[in-house]
Ligand binder design. Structure first.
Ligand SMILES: *Cc1c(COP(=O)(O)O)cnc(C)c1O
Length: 385
């Protein structure tokens, strides 16, 4: 496998065993908790599922590293297992870090509710406005943490400025790349130190497992793997197999999700019953220029406000026939949710108002169905309200 191969080719061939196990064309599941002792001298090299080194783990690690041109990668039992293991690998009591002010709810909760108990402090910053970051720096500031595309308003942050700031102040630059996927953005190519994913979403893509991933240099990934070995958040081999299988179609799924979402966003923007649409591929988006410069595609996520109140929004959602009313995202089927009821219910009304998240905001995760069928479904649901 060469670095010059296209991502579509790497998805199929990277990490596949050099000598096929029993000639199997598809990577088999190694459902064995422990393996024969082979003279290993380091605890972390003993072959055991929790130590993240079964044949299923090794194949996935190589494939993931190839996708974002990292030296190494690690799969974890969930996106939150990846995020918590990474934060605990590089932060200790007395440390401080910076993070973008709107983050995935679980990440926000770890930062606000768990890390303070360990004596780890965070200041939230607006990663679209670099001029105000300096004043939050402290001698004990260790890292900066951002997301590629924010949820639920779909802003693309000033990622080049984040990397430049991190290098200037000797901070680790960490990014949750879940919403972009490796097809639309490869953070290490732009100078980030570690890229994190909830593989539950686009990487697996079939809404049937929970998993996470971290990609980076050999040195950093080894540190995270040793921490994860202690914390215990290993991905089960059966889930490794499903993720491995799901990932093979990532690029064709993303291509369809990118184009479906842009078409849906354009349709909604023109509709008289829709007030505002958030998608970085729309020229009306404040993130449009940054998205064009940084991303290879704008992803499958769209949020919008209709002309109406919360009851109208709920009626619209219940009128939809193809979109399933469920939180989460990134699967082959289209989903719809009202973030205030689901993904953002942990925030107080005051925090949501400050972040510009209205009660009536609707978020959709676009799947790989036919574009015209999705648009027709949205159109009929809007007609009834
Ligand atoms: C879902 C999600 C997570 C958490 O992942 P889990 O697999 O549910 O643990 C983290 N970050 C982002 C951006 C997500 O969408």
């Amino acid at each position: 496998m060469s670095k010059n191969h296209k991502i579509d080719t790497k998805l199929i061939h990277a990490g596949e065993p050099k000598k096929r196990f029993g000639g199997a064309v598809s990577m088999p599941i190694f459902q064995s908790s422990t393996f024969e002792f082979g003279g290993e001298t380091d605890y972390h090299d003993l072959k055991y599922i929790r130590l993240n080194n079964t044949p299923n783990h090794i194949a996935l690690h190589e494939k993931l590293a190839a996708l974002e041109n990292g030296e190494d990668a690690l799969v974890t039992s969930s996106g939150m297992a990846a995020i918590s293991a990474v934060l605990l690998s590089f932060l200790k009591t007395g440390d401080h870090f910076l993070a973008h002010e709107t983050l995935y709810g679980g990440t926000h909760d770890i930062i606000n509710k768990d890390l303070p108990d360990l004596g780890i402090a965070c200041d939230f910053i607006d990663c679209c406005h670099p001029e105000r970051w300096d004043e939050k720096l402290r001698p004990e500031t260790k890292l900066i943490y951002v997301e590629t595309i924010t949820n639920p308003l779909m802003d693309v942050l000033d990622l080049n400025a984040v990397v430049e700031f991190a290098k200037k102040h000797n901070l680790l630059a960490l990014i949750d790349n879940t919403f972009a996927s490796p097809v639309n953005y490869r953070p290490l190519e732009h100078g980030f130190d570690l890229s994190l994913h909830s593989a539950t979403k686009y990487l697996n893509g079939h809404t049937d497992i929970v998993a996470g991933a971290v990609i980076g240099s050999k040195e950093l990934i080894t540190k995270v793997r040793h921490k994860l070995n202690h914390l215990g958040g290993a991905l089960d081999p059966n889930a490794c197999f499903l993720m491995h299988r799901g990932m093979k179609t990532l690029s064709i799924r993303m291509e369809r999700q990118n184009s479906n979402a842009l078409a849906v966003a354009r349709f909604l923007e023109k509709h008289e019953k829709v007030k505002k649409v958030n998608h970085p591929g729309l020229e009306s988006s404040a993130s449009y220029n940054r998205a064009q410069k940084l991303l290879d595609g704008c992803g499958g996520m769209v949020s919008f406000e209709i002309n109406g109140n919360v009851d109208d929004a709920d009626m619209f959602i219940s009128n939809l026939t193809l979109f399933i009313n469920a939180p989460s995202l990134g699967g082959v089927e289209s989903l719809v949710t009202r973030p205030v009821q689901t993904s953002h219910s942990g925030m107080s009304p005051k925090e949501r108002a400050a972040a510009g998240i209205k009660d009536e905001l609707i978020r959709i995760s676009i799947g790989i169905e036919a574009e015209e069928d999705l648009i027709a479904d949205l159109e009929q649901a809007l007609e009834i309200i």
